[in-house]
Every structure is written in C-alpha cells, then in structure tokens.
Design a binder for this molecule. Structure first.
Ligand SMILES: Nc1ncnc2c1ncn2[C@@H]1O[C@H](COP(=O)(O)OP(=O)(O)OP(=O)(O)O)[C@@H](O)[C@H]1O
Length: 314
C-alpha cells in the first residue's frame, strides 16, 4: 500500500512578468519520503518551494497539504510545514536559545511548552553545546543547524529545505547531509539542490526540474540499481509506447517526442535484441537503439540540455 500523501501540488504555475518561472508543475510528497528537487540555476526550484510553503502565491494551480488547500486554510496547512529558505532567517544578535524560543512563540507554542520544544530541536540538530552562543559568532555550518532547528521546532510532519548546504565547506556539507538524513527518519522532506551527489546521498526520490517543468521523477534506487540504465531508441513509426512495455525486461517507456523513446529496463536485463526483433516484425522503422549508462548526472545533462535545444529550435 502506498503511504499517505502529505503534499500535493497540482498544475502549479508562477509568472514573474514575462518570465514563466514554474510551468504547470505536479508534485506529490508521501509520508517517509525525502524528495530532492534537482535543477540548474534558475530552473524554478526556489519559486516552487516558496509556493509550497505559502510564501508566494501561485499564478495558477493549487497546493494541498494533508488534503487541505493552502489557499483556503493557510493557517492549518502551514502548521504542518517547516521551511528553511535559501537565506536562513537567523538573527546574529540573538543566542541560539533566545532565537529558538522566539521561533517557538511565532509558531504558537505555549510558553510552558517552549523550553522542551527548544531543547528537543537543539538535541535533534546537535546544538546543545552552543545554546548560549550568539548566532552571529557561530560557523556557517552551525548557523545552518540553527536554521534547521527553527524549521522543526513545531514538529511539523514535513520540512522543506532550499539549498541547505550552499556556501558550506566540505566537512560542514557532510555534517548537514547526515543531519538531514537523520531528520528524514521522523519527517518527510523536500530539499532542493543543484548538486547531484547530494541528491543521491540524501534523497529517496528525485525530481529534475528544468525551465519550470518536472522532466524526471523517480526513486533514487531506480537510478542506482539499473545495470546499464536505459535504452535510447528512435522509431520512425511506433504505434504506441505500450507495445514496448509488453516485452520481457522492459520496465517503463517514456515517449520524449519526435519518435524518441527512453526505455527503462528491469535489473540487469538487456532487451535490445527483443526490441529490434519486435521493430522489424511490426515495421516500426527502427532508426536508433543505444544502451545508456544511467548515472543521475547523465540523466540530468540529457534532460536539461535536450530541453534547452528544443527551446532554442522553437
Ligand atoms: N522575484 C523575481 N522577479 C522576477 N523574476 C524572478 C524572481 N524570482 C525568480 N525569478 C526568475 O524565475 C526563474 C526561476 O527562479 P528560481 O529562483 O525559482 O530558480 P532556482 O531553480 O531556485 O535557481 P537557483 O538555484 O539559482 O536559486 C529564474 O528565471 C529567475 O530569474
């Protein structure tokens, strides 16, 4: 059985004047998932996250949190969310304790419950030893921990993290990734990044966003487990992508337009001969059949550069 849907975005769209930053994006986050939004700079990740967290109104489409519309019941919906924006909203002149107490009050946590809320967020984010330090004097890595602590202080089921490791040194990056993975045991997470290994290290599912649209949405295990990944095929006339899905070893077929298909394979299967045979038999005009190594990097480059080429051609 599939787990509970916590966030659902339907046809989410945002324009900034003439710029279409997010273009009809559909997104689902289920309980227990760590979903990585991966995309080049300017792809629309931050805009998507601002809309998912109710910090920016969509031009069209809607966001449902726990089945409730973010537009119609913003207060209840936002209670279920913790958000760490790209610029962490931390105040350098406050101590960690003062700041987290303030965040707890903003979330409506009763005064008597705040010390426990602060202590537990500090525990989860490894901040217990810096309670009385001024945030402005902490390293960037620790400031980011404080940013994570404010996102979880009200124990939301979902946390949304925009580029959580940007600007950190390699050791801090490892620590924050490990922290996010640990937080992912009790929270469902959406995080954005343009760093591929980060997504592979931390996330259970990856959505590649390019020019405001989702061009890939798969479990990370699908990327890791494939032996040679996928097959790129071009046919002059394939009656229907589903005919390929009936062949042994074929897991899924994505139609990419203009006769191009991405054929994902099961485990170590190699259905190329079967595809060629079926193509000859069916008269599909097989023009190309190529095994693709399926690292996330290759998928990313292929999907984002093909999109750019199509846009240029248009
Ligand atoms: N306030 C704004 N006004 C006008 N255009 C904007 C605004 N914010 C973002 N954009 C544009 O919208 C598009 C998507 O931007 P967005 O910041 O969502 O992308 P991103 O994937 O988060 O990129 P980055 O990784 O660089 O933060 C870009 O073309 C950007 O220039």
């Amino acid at each position: 059985m599939e787990s509970e849907v916590l966030i659902e975005a339907r046809a989410l769209t945002r324009r900034y004047g003439p710029t279409l930053a997010v273009d009809g994006l559909h997104l689902t986050l289920r309980k227990g998932e760590i979903l990585g939004l991966l995309g080049p700079n300017g792809a629309g990740k931050s805009t998507t996250m601002k809309m998912l967290t109710g910090n920016l109104a969509p031009s069209a489409g809607e966001v449902l949190i726990g089945g409730k519309s973010l537009r119609e019941d913003a207060k209840a919906a936002k209670r279920a969310l913790g958000y760490l924006p790209e610029q962490p909203p931390v105040y350098g002149e406050l101590t960690v304790d003062e700041y987290l107490d303030y965040c707890a009050s903003l979330h409506g946590i009763a005064r008597k419950s705040r010390p426990e809320a602060v202590a537990s967020a500090k525990r989860d984010c490894g901040l217990a030893d810096v309670s009385r330090r001024l945030i402005g004097n902490l390293s960037k890595g620790y400031q980011q921990r404080v940013g994570l602590a404010q996102a979880i202080i009200h124990r939301p089921p979902v946390i949304i993290l925009d580029e959580p490791t940007v600007g950190l040194d390699p050791i801090q990056i490892r620590e924050i990734r490990a922290l996010i993975a640990a937080l992912g045991r009790n929270h469902s997470v959406i995080l954005s990044s343009h760093i591929l290994p980060e997504i592979q290290a931390v996330c259970s599912r990856v959505m590649i966003i390019n020019r405001g649209r989702a061009v890939y949405n798969e479990p990370v295990t699908a990327v890791k487990s494939a032996a040679f990944g996928a097959i790129a095929a071009v046919f002059r006339q394939l009656p229907d992508a589903r005919t390929l899905e009936t062949l042994a070893g074929v897991r899924r077929v994505l139609a990419l337009g203009e006769g191009r298909y991405r054929i994902e394979v099961d485990g170590s299967a190699d259905p190329r001969e079967a595809i060629a045979g079926a193509a000859v038999e069916g008269g599909w005009g097989l023009l190309e059949l190529r095994a693709e190594a399926q690292t996330l990097e290759e998928i990313f480059v292929e999907l984002t550069s093909r999109d750019a080429a199509l846009a240029e051609a248009a």
